[in-house]
Ligand binder design. Structure first.
Ligand code: IPE
Ligand code: MG
Length: 222
């Protein structure tokens, strides 16, 4: 979800106004994905690098996270969406961590779309984390180095047990991965959209999905 700041700047508004508009788009698009039968949706909400932003901006983002997490608990008792958090959530304020855990636990019994929210997430940090877990298991004698393979590494990522992404959409026109799902995206199809995230609509997503349906995925074969 990129382009909130530029969206606000274009309108002469503070960056935080862009995050507010982006939060509305987030609710709309995640709901839409669930409605059309997407099974797994991962949204990049906050990166390991985003802590370097001015404190006022970080605090505002925390406020919006808190609001969404409270709302998800309060209003969505009958929801079908399974909420998961990928990233090192221990860096968030205690109350936000508690809200994340509660949402994750309560929604785990549902059977709908899995919505992964990447929070304090970085693809490299995720791989480092997996390497540490694997190293610890080797040190405990549970595992031998010769048993390390692709699957074992996947099984120690935050997304363990989930399929790799088929399709990654990057809004706001940037042509870079920005540390998103580095391991998992090996064969993902990319789609760059110039639309800034707060302006992103169901129609934009439909257009992207239509293009995806025409791609010829070869996974290194012919
Ligand atoms: C939202 O967009 C991403 C978040 C960290 C929430 P940005 O805040 O990165 O917007 P730009 O890139 O400055 O336009
Ligand atoms: Mg950005």
């Amino acid at each position: 979800m990129d382009g909130n700041g530029r969206w606000a700047k274009k309108r002469g508004l503070p960056r935080t106004a862009g995050h507010k508009a982006g939060a509305t788009t987030f609710r709309k698009i995640s709901r839409y994905c669930s409605d059309i039968g997407i099974r797994y949706l991962t949204l990049y909400a906050f990166s390991t690098e985003n802590w370097n932003r001015p404190p006022e901006e970080v605090n505002t983002l925390m406020r919006y996270f808190r609001e969404y997490l409270q709302e998800a608990l309060r209003d969505f008792r009958d929801d079908t969406i399974i909420l998961r958090f990928i990233g090192d959530i221990s860096a968030f304020p205690e109350d936000i961590q508690a809200l994340m855990k509660e949402n994750q636990e309560l929604s785990s019994v549902r059977d709908g779309m899995v919505l992964n929210l990447a929070m304090n997430y970085g693809g490299r940090a995720e791989i480092v984390h997996a390497a540490k877990l694997i190293g610890q298991r080797i040190a405990r004698g549970e595992l031998s180095p010769s048993e390390i393979d692709d699957k074992l590494i996947s099984d120690h990522l935050y997304t363990a047990g989930q399929p790799d992404p088929d399709f990654i959409i990057r809004p706001s026109g940037e042509h870079r991965t920005s540390n998103f799902l580095l391991w998992q995206s090996a064969y993902a199809e990319y789609y760059i959209d110039d639309v800034l995230w707060p302006d992103y609509t169901e129609k934009d997503l439909k257009r992207a999905l239509l293009e995806y349906s025409k791609r010829n995925r070869r996974f290194g074969g012919v």
